[in-house]
Design a protein around this ligand. Structure first.
Ligand SMILES: Nc1nc2c(ncn2[C@@H]2O[C@H](COP(=O)(O)OP(=O)(O)OP(=O)(O)O)[C@@H](O)[C@H]2O)c(=O)[nH]1
Ligand SMILES: [Mg+2]
Length: 421
C-alpha cells in the first residue's frame, strides 16, 4: 500500500509544479478542449462531446471544443459515429495493416503497440485541424476493459505530452459493467494496466463507472446511448461558463478556466444535479420574503446532494484534496447567501479539499450544480482492480510454471503489474 501511495504522491507533486510553472507564465487561462476518443467506447463518448459542442453553438453561440477525433482499429466502429466529421482526418484508422480494420479482441498490449506505431498519424491529423491553435487542454477518452482504447490511451497521452508539454492532458476512463468483470478474465487485467499507465502520464483522470449508470428500465443498447449522454452532461455548463462573452451571462463569482485547471489533479470524479421546482413569480414590485430565500437555498442543497449521489464513480468525498462546484441558474434564483450555504455544505463532506466555486447566470426554471472532486487519495475501486490483477497474474504464473507462487504483499506485487508504456 505504501509503495502505491508513494508512487501516486510522486506523480501528483510533479503535476503541481507543472501547474505552478504554467500559471506563472500565462496571461489568461481558457479551457477549450480538444477531444480524442480511443476505441469504440472512447469514440462514442467523443461523439457525444461533438454533439455537446454543436448544442453550445446553437443554444449559446459559443464553441467549447476545438476539435473532436476518434482513433480506432475498427472501421465499422468509426463508421457508426454521428457527430464527428466523417473524414479520415477526424475518424482515424490505426493499425490497419495489423488488424485489417477489425479491432483487437481485448488485447490491450496490442492496442498500446499500434498506438506507438501510429501516434504520428493521430498527432498529424489533430495538428492539421483548423482550430488546433486554440486548444488549451487535451481530453483523451477510452473504455479500460477493451483492447484498442485501453492500450492506446496511455500511449497517445504520453506522446501528446512530450509534444505539447505546456498543455494539460486529461483522460476520461470508463470502467466496465459488473457482469463484464465476472464473465471475461482479461477485463480486470486490462483495467488495471490501463489505469496504472494512464496515471503515470495524464495530469488528471476522470473515472466513470458504467455500473453507476445502469437503470433497470432501459435495455442495454438504450442504456449505452443514455449512459454516454449522462457521462458528458456535467461538462456542458463547466465548459460554457468560461467561454461566455456577454456580461449578463458572466457570474458574480467567476469560476474561470484557471480554477478548473488548478482543480484537476490525479484521480477525479464529476457529478451533476438539478433542481427543477420553478420559483414562485411575484407580481411586479413585490419582494420575495425570507421564506422564498430559504426555498432557493434548499433548491441549491437539493441539486448539490443529487450531484454528489450521481458522481461518475462512487467515492468518499473526504478523500478529495481539491473540489469545485458551479451553480447554473437564472440570476433571480441564485444569491450569494445560497452560494455560501453550498460551500459550507460541501466543506462538511469534502473536509480535506481546497474548494473553488462559481455561479453561471444561465437557464430558466432550474438550478443546476456541477461538482468535481479531484486529487482523490484513496479510490477503493481502483485499488481493488490492482489487487485482483496481482492475484490474476500470480494465478497465471502458477498455471504456467506449475509451481507455488509465493504470496507477496501488495507493495511488492504492485511492481508486477505490467505497464503499457
Ligand atoms: N459507457 C460506454 N461504455 C462502452 C461503450 N462501448 C463499449 N463500452 C465499454 O468499454 C469496454 C470495451 O471497450 P471497447 O471500447 O468496446 O473496446 P475497444 O477499445 O474498441 O477495443 P477492442 O474492440 O477490444 O479492440 C467495456 O467495458 C464496455 O462496456 C459505450 O459506448 N459507452
Ligand atoms: Mg472495438
Amino acid at each position: 500500500m505504501r509503495l502505491v501511495n508513494n508512487l501516486l504522491m510522486g506523480v501528483d507533486t510533479a503535476a503541481q509544479y507543472k501547474y505552478a510553472y504554467n500559471n506563472a507564465f500565462s496571461i489568461r487561462w481558457k479551457v477549450k478542449l480538444l477531444v480524442i476518443g480511443c476505441g469504440q467506447c472512447g469514440g462514442r463518448i467523443a461523439d457525444e462531446f461533438a454533439r455537446l459542442n454543436r448544442k453550445a453553438r446553437v443554444q449559446r453561440g459559443i464553441d467549447i471544443i476545438t476539435g473532436t477525433f476518434a482513433a480506432n482499429t475498427d472501421i465499422a466502429d468509426l463508421s457508426g459515429l454521428s457527430f464527428i466529421t466523417p473524414d479520415y482526418h477526424h475518424r482515424i484508422l490505426i493499425g490497419g495493416q495489423k488488424t485489417s480494420g477489425h479491432g483487437l479482441g481485448k488485447i490491450n498490449e496490442l492496442g498500446a503497440e499500434i498506438a506507438r506505431e501510429d501516434s504520428d498519424k493521430v498527432i498529424e491529423a489533430i495538428r492539421m485541424s483548423p482550430q488546433f491553435a486554440e486548444t488549451d487542454a487535451f481530453l483523451l477518452i477510452a473504455g479500460a476493459a477493451g483492447g484498442t482504447g485501453s492500450g492506446a490511451i496511455p500511449v497517445l497521452t504520453q506522446h501528446l505530452k512530450e509534444r505539447y508539454i505546456q498543455k494539460p492532458l486529461y483522460n476520461l476512463i470508463v470502467l466496465p459493467f459488473k457482469y463484464e468483470e465476472a464473465t471475461e478474465e482479461r477485463t480486470i487485467y486490462n483495467v488495471a494496466t490501463c489505469l496504472k499507465s494512464s496515471y503515470l502520464v495524464a495530469d488528471a483522470i476522470f473515472l466513470v463507472d458504467n455500473q453507476r449508470y445502469v437503470r433497470k428500465d432501459f435495455s442495454l443498447k438504450n442504456n449505452i446511448v443514455k449512459i454516454n449522454s449522462l457521462v458528458v452532461e456535467p461538462f456542458y455548463n463547466l465548459l460554457c461558463a468560461g467561454e461566455e462573452k456577454k456580461p449578463k451571462f458572466i457570474g458574480a463569482k467567476i469560476l474561470d478556466a484557471g480554477d478548473i485547471i488548478q482543480t484537476l489533479v490525479g484521480w477525479t470524479v464529476i457529478g451533476y444535479g438539478r433542481s427543477r421546482t420553478p420559483l414562485i413569480r411575484l407580481p411586479f414590485g413585490e419582494q420575495h420574503d425570507f421564506r422564498d430565500k430559504a426555498t432557493e437555498t434548499q433548491k441549491g442543497i437539493h441539486a448539490m446532494n443529487e450531484a454528489i449521489s450521481e458522481l461518475s464513480l462512487q467515492c468518499n468525498p473526504t478523500d478529495a484534496k481539491r473540489a469545485l462546484y458551479l451553480v447554473t441558474a437564472s440570476p433571480q434564483e441564485t444569491n450569494m447567501e445560497q452560494i455560501k450555504e453550498l460551500a459550507d455544505s460541501l466543506k462538511r463532506i469534502a473536509t480535506e479539499a481546497i474548494i473553488r466555486s462559481g455561479d453561471y447566470p444561465r437557464g430558466k426554471g432550474s438550478l443546476d450544480v456541477t461538482i468535481v472532486l479531484s486529487e482523490l487519495t484513496n479510490v477503493s475501486k481502483v485499488m481493488d482492480y490492482f489487487t485482483k490483477t496481482i492475484d490474476y497474474i500470480s494465478a497465471i504464473k502458477k498455471r504456467w510454471e506449475g509451481i507455488e507462487y509465493e504470496h507477496k504483499g501488495i507493495e511488492d506485487a504492485f511492481r508486477d503489474i505490467p505497464s503499457l508504456l
